[in-house]
Write a protein that binds this ligand. Structure first.
Ligand code: BGC
Length: 797
């Protein structure tokens, strides 16, 4: 544990640093979101020719003319300067040691700065660029605005658990408005990496394990950040990261290598990037990881062949933090000049922090190792973003406006709605009285809030605790029940604790009617550089949990974390468990409204929740094996040949604790059988329809009745999965192809209908072409990835 403790010395990244929203945004919920046929199958790229506006709504033709006229006047030094970026504020990684930014800007040697968050400082640097540099090209200021700027929303994993792209779009709009008012016009977000392994701390920053859902969320972030016009004063340029495969780091260890076949890359890892492109992202970030031996920041196959040639991307590619310099320890360059050359020639336009482009790129061009035309092309990408943002016309930020944009009541209300919809009710078992503990009765009762995470579960690393109108859970509970009904016990720290603290918390629980335990991970135990080999409760929290459960008092366990935690004991012994992720600025009120049933939980898991770390990576859309367990009972160890020689563990079940898509409610839903029409499809017709992409006409309609069988109104995220069998390449046992949120009154039955376009059935075949093949088709409309009644159809040759 001392190892973990030492991690906490490092400042966490500004996870959310950040509103002008109309009041109606607070009531976002909705009517059904239909995503099935509407959401593009992003992997269709080679068929669907992309438009020239493929860079952040920068479609203005006049803009290209302006780019050329600036380029024409630039010296080699000035061109290279546009491709150089430094962190000039609180560092978020090991730096270059440079601080002479004023002089460099005046000489035109810097194109972008990031981590500067004081508008005065932003203007100070900008003034140098606008007044002292020869060509007056503005600096582009960036920051990791990941789930809000100052008005902090739930972490992206939580936001995705809403299964509601409109919430993500609106949250990103708020983030953009606050950040832009501060002078920040570029966010290094969204992180669209597919994450299948909960050991990897950066799972917290993304939308989970599924490419279909991840694509919908990726596009929503981009739309939110960039708004309808990139040059609007409240728009910021998006940056889809980390291109590509970073989520597959071996062992879940951050920055580690990845081995991903081209098929898997195209089927799972690339689609969310392509969705971000289709939504118009202005930029992309090349990743740290090596991919099949070639570091992602020097990989011409992904950066040139796929990104530029197949997808036609015209936006900016920035390296990750020093990922150009890291080509040396990766082992593909023995000096900085080689690293710069390899990254540049592979297609990395802008060098974040390493200074190697600054030091070497001129010489690389002068010596003919790269052509000036190649340099020009990279500079065009940078200039297009600056021009697209309108930075040349409006380089400065209004210093007086920055603070006024923050923490608007509508933004806080949106953060609260987002948090409420992000919670996933993992368990709410009936007690001896035949009733579930949640929702708590609204009459006054004595509640003991116990655990280290009740007060400050998720303030952003950069912002001081207590900043903004933040209301903690105990305070929100006291507002609801009255001070005298709420007692607060630390019980344990996140990583430490004493016998005395635990004893005090036990005594407190004994006096209360209900114990609310707030346990889990500190905010800096997920995110970057926060891989974990153990996924239980850190420190003495498990001990605390068991001690409180032993009191026999009703216990509600609220888990705060940036990933699933393996807690078999808790799931067996604690009747009620809510996954709250890291809920953001409105954590307290959102939790209280959920605990008391003002809102009914509707969040669903976007990552598979394992029983044991040894099952990782564990994800629902895996391939079948030649030795599936069939009907064998995997809750028992193998006892004979039939139960042994299977794809199984001898000491753990194969199934997860909770499957992808799972989430409970205070009411219950019953699914009727899935129907599919037509039941016979032809390969030729489907392939013809493919070229129309998301605009094509539906090929299949699938329907099911969903009934609210409980006594409360509820919203249900209804999911549609398919399986294709008999294809040239083995396809996953299930693939998400649609989802809708449906509000259903008690006793009501809703007929839920999905229309699937031909693209839903296209696969990357054994020649890595995307096409439809003859197959047996199974379709489920279900509450999660493990349930539902299948319907059969056939795709005929
Ligand atoms: C992270 C990126 C981030 C960058 C700038 C890197 O260490 O991997 O996600 O955008 O730092 O802070």
């Amino acid at each position: 544990m001392s190892y973990l403790r030492s991690l906490r010395r490092f400042p966490a990244k500004s996870r959310s640093l950040f509103p002008k929203l109309i009041p109606s945004l607070a009531r976002l919920i909705p009517t059904a979101l239909l995503f099935s046929g509407l959401c593009l199958l992003t992997s269709l790229a080679p068929l669907a020719q992309v438009s020239s506006s493929h860079a952040g709504g920068i479609a203005d033709k006049g803009l290209d003319t302006r780019v050329e006229s600036i380029l024409h006047r630039m010296t080699l030094e000035e061109k290279v300067g546009q491709l150089v970026q430094y962190s000039a504020g609180q560092p978020t990684g090991p730096g270059t040691g440079r601080t002479d930014y004023d002089d460099m800007i005046a000489r035109g040697e810097i194109g972008s700065l990031f981590n500067v968050i004081d508008p005065k400082e932003i203007n100070k640097y900008q003034k140098i660029a606008m007044e002292k540099s020869r060509l007056h090209i503005p600096i582009l200021f960036g920051l990791d605005v990941i789930h809000g700027f100052k008005t902090e929303f739930p972490i992206p994993l939580g936001l995705a658990s809403t299964w509601d792209p409109s919430i993500i779009e609106k949250a990103s709009r708020v983030a953009a408005t606050e950040a832009a008012a501060d002078g920040i016009r570029w966010t290094f977000s969204p992180m669209v990496d597919i994450a299948r392994d909960a050991r990897w701390g950066r799972m917290a920053e993304g939308a989970g394990e599924d490419p279909f859902l991840g694509s919908a969320m990726a596009a929503a972030y981009v739309r939110g950040y960039q708004g309808s016009r990139l040059d609007a004063p409240d728009s910021i340029a998006a940056c889809a990261k980390h291109y590509v495969g970073y989520g597959a780091v071996e062992g879940g260890r951050d920055y580690n290598s990845t081995e991903i076949s081209e098929h898997t890359l195209r089927q799972f890892y690339l689609p969310p990037f392509h969705a971000a492109l289709e939504a118009g992202t202005a930029s992309l970030m090349s990743a740290f990881n090596s991919l099949n031996g070639i570091p992602s920041s020097a990989n011409p196959f992904t950066l040139k062949q796929i990104l530029r040639k197949e997808w036609g991307f015209r936006g900016l590619v920035v390296s990750d933090w020093n990922s150009v310099g890291e080509l040396i320890p990766h082992g593909i360059a023995n000096d900085g000049a080689t690293a710069a050359r390899k990254a540049f020639l592979a297609g990395v336009d802008m060098d974040m922090v390493s200074s190697l482009y600054h030091d070497n790129l001129q010489q690389i061009v002068k010596s003919g190792q790269a052509t000036e035309a190649e340099l020009d092309e990279a500079v065009r990408h940078a200039l297009r973003v600056k021009l697209g943002l309108g930075l040349f016309e409006h380089p400065y930020v209004d210093e007086g406006a920055a603070a006024k944009a923050l923490y608007h009541p509508e933004s806080i209300a949106l953060a609260q709605t987002a948090a409420e919809r992000s919670f996933v009710l993992l368990k709410n078992a009936n007690g001896p009285d035949g009733k579930a503990l949640l929702p708590l009765a609204s009459g006054s009762q004595n509640v003991a809030v116990i655990g280290p995470l009740a007060d400050d579960s998720s303030y952003p690393g950069g912002a001081p605790p207590g900043s903004g109108p933040r209301v903690s859970l105990p305070v929100a509970l006291a507002q609801r029940l009255g001070e005298s009904h709420v007692s607060r016990f630390q019980g344990a720290g996140i990583l430490d604790g004493s016998d005395n603290d635990i004893a005090e918390a036990v005594a407190g629980a004994q006096k209360a009617d209900v114990a609310i335990l707030t346990l889990g991970e500190a905010p800096d135990m997920s995110g970057e550089a926060a891989s974990r080999a153990h996924l239980g409760l850190p420190g003495r929290q498990q001990e605390l949990l068991e001690a409180i459960v032993r009191t026999g008092k009703p216990v509600v366990l609220i888990l705060f974390s940036g990933r699933p935690l393996t807690l078999p004991w808790a799931f067996e012994h604690v009747p009620t468990v809510l996954a709250a992720w890291l809920p953001g600025i409105a954590a307290g009120p959102a939790l209280v409204r959920t605990l008391f049933g003002d809102v009914n939980p509707s969040g669903k898991l976007v990552v598979t929740w394992p029983r044991a770390v040894g099952q990782e990576p564990l994800y629902y859309n895996s391939l079948g094996t030649g030795r599936p367990p069939g009907d064998i009972d995997l809750t028992r160890p193998p006892s004979d040949v039939a139960s042994r020689y299977l794809s199984r563990y001898i000491d753990e079940q194969n199934t997860p604790q909770f499957p992808f898509g799972y989430g409970g409610s205070y009411t219950s839903f019953k699914y009727g059988p899935t129907t599919v029409s037509p039941q016979r499809l032809s390969v030729a017709t489907l392939n013809q329809g493919l070229s129309a992409g998301a605009k094509g006409t539906p090929a299949v309609t699938a329907e099911a009745d969903v009934t609210n069988t409980g006594s409360r109104p509820g919203e249900e995220v209804v999911q549609l999965y398919i399986r294709l069998q008999g294809t040239s390449v083995a396809e996953p046992v299930r693939m998400l192809k649609g989802f809708q949120t449906v509000a259903i009154a008690p006793g009501e039955t809703r007929r839920v209908k999905f229309e699937l376009k031909p693209e839903a059935f296209a696969i990357w075949n054994d020649h890595n072409q995307i096409l439809t093949e003859a197959a047996k088709l199974t379709v489920w409309i279900s509450p999660d990835s493990a349930r539902g009644s299948p319907a059969q159809a056939e795709i005929q040759p």
